[in-house]
Design a protein around this ligand. Sequence first.
Ligand SMILES: C[S@@+](CC[C@H](N)C(=O)[O-])C[C@H]1O[C@@H](n2cnc3c(N)ncnc32)[C@H](O)[C@@H]1O
Length: 277
Amino acid sequence: MGDTQTATWAVPGRLEGYVHRLASMPARARLASKMHYLDFLGDVHRRLDPGTYLEIGVRNGKSLALASCPSIGIDPAYNITVDLDPAAVLERTTSDDYFARPDACASVGGQIDLAFIDGMHLFEFALRDFVNVEKHCSWSSIIVFDDVFPSRADIAARDRHTWEWTGDVFRIVEVLRAYRPDLTLILADTKPSGLLMVTGLDPQSTVLEATYDEIVGRHVRPDPQPVPPSIRRRAGAVDPSAFLASGVLEMLRVGRDTGSRSATLAEVAATVGALGR
Ligand SMILES: C[S@@+](CC[C@H](N)C(=O)[O-])C[C@H]1O[C@@H](n2cnc3c(N)ncnc32)[C@H](O)[C@@H]1O
C-alpha cells in the first residue's frame, strides 16, 4: 500500500500531475524509470519548439532526427541510418573547422534556439564548441551537453579504451560554474550518462575565450581521470520527467517570443530549485 499511496503534501501547481503519477507507481517501476537521453531530448524539442537546431556529433542521425525545424548537423564521419527532416543540413567536417567559416550557421539564418554538443568527448573540444555555439544563441536558447555523468574513471579517460565513452566532458560543469556564474545550468539524470542544459546565454560574452588557455591548463589532466563522488552520484541533477513537466521549457519558449529575460530566468531558476533533490 505504501508504494502506491497518493502524495498529499503541497506542491507547485504545475508539478501536481507529475507528483501524483509518480506516487501512484510501484517503487520498483520508479527506480527503473530513468529516462533515456533520446526520449528526453525528443520531449525538449516538442516543448521548446525551437525555430532552429544545431548538433555537433551526429553519427547515425538519431538525435538529429528529433528536430522538425531547420537544422545543422556537424560531424566529420556521419553515417545516417534514419530519416531526417528535409530541412536538415549535414556538414561533413569538424566543429572547429565549421565555426572557422565566416558563414557558420547562415543556412538557418545565423540564430540557434537549441543545440546539442555531442562531438569529440574531450573537455577542451566541448568548451570550444560551447564558445562557438553561444555566439549564435540568444539568452533563451538552450545548449545541451551529453556525457556529463561518467560512472567511472575508465569511461572518462581521455585516451579511449572502452566501448562506452564519455571522456572528460564532465569538467565542463565545474568550469561553467566557476567562470560563467551568469549562466543557468540544469543537470538532468538521464541514462546512460546524463545531460547538462545551459540557458541564460550571452552571445557577447568573451570570458571563456579570454581565459581559454588558463582553463585548459588548469582542467585538462593526463589519464587516469578519477570521477569526483559528486559526479558519480549525479549530485544536483533533476529527475528528467519532473523537469519536463515543470514548465521550464515552455517558459523559455514564451520568453524567446516576448523577450522578458530577467523575469523568465528568475522563474526558471525558482522552478528548477524546487525540483532539487
Ligand atoms: C556519440 S556520437 C554522436 C551521437 C549522436 N549525437 C546521437 O545521440 O545519436 C559522436 C560523434 O561525434 C563525431 N565527432 C568526433 N569528433 C568531432 C568533431 N571534432 N566535430 C564534430 N563531430 C565530431 C564522431 O564522428 C561521432 O559520430
